[in-house]
Design a protein around this ligand. Sequence first.
Ligand SMILES: Cc1ncc(C[n+]2csc(CCOP(=O)(O)OP(=O)(O)O)c2C)c(N)n1
Ligand SMILES: [Mg+2]
Length: 364
Amino acid sequence: MPNYLSNSRPDFTPGRTDCGTIPCYQYQGKVASELASGHLTRTEAIRLLEDMLTIREFEEMIVKLRSGAYSPLPDFNYRGPTHLSIGQEAASTGACAGIEGNDYITSTHRGHGDSIAKGCVALRAMSEDGLRRRVPGCRAASLNDLLEAAIEDHVYRTIAELFGKEGGYCKGRGGGMHIADFTLNHLGANAIVGGGVPIATGAAMACRYLRNNRVVCCFAGDGAYGNGVVLESLNWAAMGQFSNQITNHPFGLPIVFIILNNHYGMTGRAEHEVTGIRSLARRAAGFADNNMHAEVVNGMDVLASRDAVQRAAAAYAWRGEGSSTNPRPSWRRRRRTCRSFPCTPTGVHPAGLVRQSSPASSPL
Ligand SMILES: Cc1ncc(C[n+]2csc(CCOP(=O)(O)OP(=O)(O)O)c2C)c(N)n1
Ligand SMILES: [Mg+2]
């Protein structure tokens, strides 16, 4: 098989281009049905709730702080803007629960929730030694207590970052919009709208090259999907040459693009106001004949979010064939996938509306 296609000719046969269909809101699961089917354990269900509540409490704390509910300490120093993700907890938590602890994420300027969720999932997957290294002073006797201490430390480092403290994830130099922890495979929040998307695509390129059996989960907002670099990244990720006959090792980029669609990009409504489409999932139709396996999922439903990302991460899994002369590790084959998660409008609508339809107040 040649590794180029220079002998192909244009095909002028009359016909139509089929853009296919994109499934929307197909998930019908509930806690009871997920438990009964074994797709969810009781422990996992409790962890989903805990993570969403941790994010919510964290951000409610910021609201109180900013509105003067606490008496400030003498060295109080909280600089710069803070972007809350109240209402989006289910999307962050569900998506992070759908990947494995050592998979990667990139996040947005509204990234506290993604960061907290990713950290909790990664810490739960960490070895005892790894946990002890993260909290060296901890005297916890049981693994469970050690894990609790590591999660507490994770939340503490996030808060410390907001306050510009050395103990913060980026030594207080970045603030809320730049939280990253490479040791937990969180590749970073990003103040540049859409800025995480090319980073995630590059990380997925590296995973493909290294065949390290990992997947990248790329969070970005609806507004970001009008940004040129995001569209370039989609085009890059969907290139046919990664998985067709041109390559010796057909292996699509292991990336899941998640559009956290809270319906607004600062001032404009994405759907049919500042874009010409009613569903942002249609973005994917422009980049791959298979619509990048796009689907629309209710981002207010933590189980639906988890299910979608789990399927996206695992659907293309296969075991590489090993042989004595050419041993290869087993590796999963995954492809770029695009998910649109409509979430509650955040920071746009009155808090009352956010609370009424909040995933964390009626989470499961
Ligand atoms: C490249 C770039 N352009 C503009 C901005 C200013 N900006 C900050 S937040 C925002 C809206 C982003 O909308 P979306 O991606 O939907 O995220 P949301 O805020 O809704 O979570 C904009 C335009 C920016 N930070 N970066
Ligand atoms: Mg938005």
